[in-house]
Ligand binder design. Structure first.
Ligand SMILES: [Zn+2]
Ligand SMILES: [Zn+2]
Length: 262
């Protein structure tokens, strides 16, 4: 079904409000005692801050999982914008000279940084470079939720075929650190960057983002690094000359470039 840019699907997943835009980019609203936090913005039409403000009476800050247009298109509507330092730098470098100033007011995150929403609602950023240099997942202990953006994919597999993505060996190192930091939260609810695409490739069964997917992704990195992965040409979008391939292990899938394994 063709969707209109101003069409949003909205549902409450308990205390997490889930928004989905016309291209199935997901973003989420959570609330603390003093402030609310929108995690990503999608790239649909209208004013997303105003859309989200119907679900909270608290001032809304924005935390961006990574600097891709389908996740941060509405950053300009927010006073406080949190983004990992490496993605602020990547975004600045990609902008035309006269627009670079826009990123100066962004609040840079480091691995382990905490955003305090008041009343004990603390949201922790975990750095997981690969899809972008500054990709993060957000862990919300108050709502027992983990928001992973595109860092481990959302069923269609993590995209490592884009310009600016890390190599698979760099991504594996990031995943090992991430898996350790995330372990205490492994039973939380996981929310991906494209919630409704949460189906594995070549299957129609539901395959939501999970801690198991992180473990499977480490295994998939190893399979690719040691040349034992079964892969096939990727039917979807290529962004350069080289033809991407897709490989899977358990619940994890990855689109990658053979020249960017090590
Ligand atoms: Zn992305
Ligand atoms: Zn995305």
């Amino acid at each position: 079904m063709e969707k209109h840019p101003f069409h949003y699907d909205i549902d409450a997943c308990g205390d997490v409000v889930h928004f989905e835009d016309f291209i199935d980019a997901s973003f989420y609203l959570i609330e603390g005692a003093a402030r609310a936090l929108l995690i990503d913005t999608g790239c649909g039409g209208g004013n997303v801050r105003r859309l989200a403000s119907a679900f909270t009476d608290k001032p809304i800050d924005l935390a961006v999982t990574h600097a891709h247009g389908d996740h941060d298109a509405h950053a300009g509507e927010f006073e406080r914008v949190y983004m990992h330092r490496a993605d602020i730098a990547a975004k600045r470098a990609a902008l035309p000279e006269e627009k670079r100033g826009e990123t100066e007011r962004f609040l840079p995150l480091e691995d382990g940084a905490v955003i305090d929403l008041g009343g004990g609602a603390l949201v922790r950023a975990l750095h997981i470079p690969g899809h972008t240099p500054g990709s993060v997942a957000f862990v919300d202990e108050a709502h027992e939720a983990v928001f992973t953006g595109d860092a481990i994919g959302s069923g269609v597999g993590v995209w490592l075929q884009l310009p600016g993505c890390g190599t698979i060996s760099e991504y594996k190192a990031a995943l090992l650190h991430f898996a350790t930091e995330l372990y205490p939260y492994r039973n939380y609810r996981f929310f991906g960057g494209h919630f409704r695409q949460a189906d594995p490739p070549y299957s129609t069964s539901h395959n939501p983002v999970s801690y198991e997917m992180v473990e499977d992704m480490v295994r998939l990195c190893d399979d690719l690094l040691f040349g034992r992965a079964k892969s096939q040409p990727y039917e979807g979008r290529a962004f350069g000359e080289e033809a991407p391939r897709i490989a899977c292990a358990g619940t994890a899938a990855m689109v990658y470039l053979p020249s960017r394994v090590r």
